[in-house]
Write a protein that binds this ligand. Structure first.
Ligand SMILES: [Zn+2]
Length: 215
């Protein structure tokens, strides 16, 4: 993914912020009206760059309506305000993924001073430093992590939410086992026995849910 390149006016705003003393780098500055054009440039760039797909759930949201999109700080701005305008720390995400991810720590070493600029510096799939398809596979609305980083992303952004909604379950259980079962059931590569076991496991899960009193 190509990082955003700020226009001259926005670059000046960014440079001014980056020149502040560390203690003066307040992440709330992000919401200052002065930043409006910078936020707009960031969103416009990444929405187009990502072909209107969320950087985490990879869902297509075929709209430029900015209310649908969040300018996403991959390392949360509250955790590291100094990376707030770092182009490789920015992407476009859907609201649900952004809210689910919240301010969770994603760095392997949060004490590292310089910007972590390699895949191995992150515990989740990184929009700039990883190839999404190496870590996450979608079968319709069911997600299957292909790597530990994929598994971390699924949990952090609650990517199981699509499959669970499809299965007609009202309350989304944070249950990676069920995600795994759905993934196997829909995996064209899975052998028939494995698939049958997954289907039985899933039926059992649905039965158990049905018998459970509504909460
Ligand atoms: Zn998303």
């Amino acid at each position: 993914m190509t990082p955003v390149q700020y226009g001259a006016a926005c670059q000046a705003v960014v440079d001014t912020f980056n020149a502040r003393e560390p203690a003066q780098k307040d992440h709330n500055y992000w919401n200052d009206p002065v930043i409006d054009p910078v936020r707009a440039e960031i969103k416009d760039h990444y929405i187009a760059e990502q072909n209107r797909r969320c950087c985490y759930c990879n869902r297509e949201y075929p709209t430029n309506n900015k209310a649908v999109w969040d300018g996403e700080h991959i390392i949360a701005k509250s955790l590291a305000p100094r990376f707030m305008f770092e182009p490789r720390n920015l992407a476009a995400s859907c609201k649900d993924c952004n809210i689910a991810k919240g301010e969770d720590e994603i760095r392997v070493d949060p004490n590292r001073k310089s910007f972590p600029d390699q895949s191995q510096h992150y515990i989740i799939v990184h929009p700039h430093f990883d190839d999404y398809d190496d870590h996450i596979r979608w079968y319709g609305d069911a997600v299957k992590p292909l790597s530990p980083k994929g598994g971390e992303l699924v949990g952090m952004c609650k990517l199981w939410r699509f499959g669970v909604a499809k299965a007609g379950v009202e309350v989304a259980p944070p249950n990676p086992l069920v995600d795994g079962l759905i993934g196997v059931m829909m995996d064209p590569q899975a052998d028939p026995l494995t698939k049958a076991v997954a289907i039985e496991g899933y039926k059992e899960y649905v039965r158990a849910r049905a018998q459970k009193p509504a909460d």
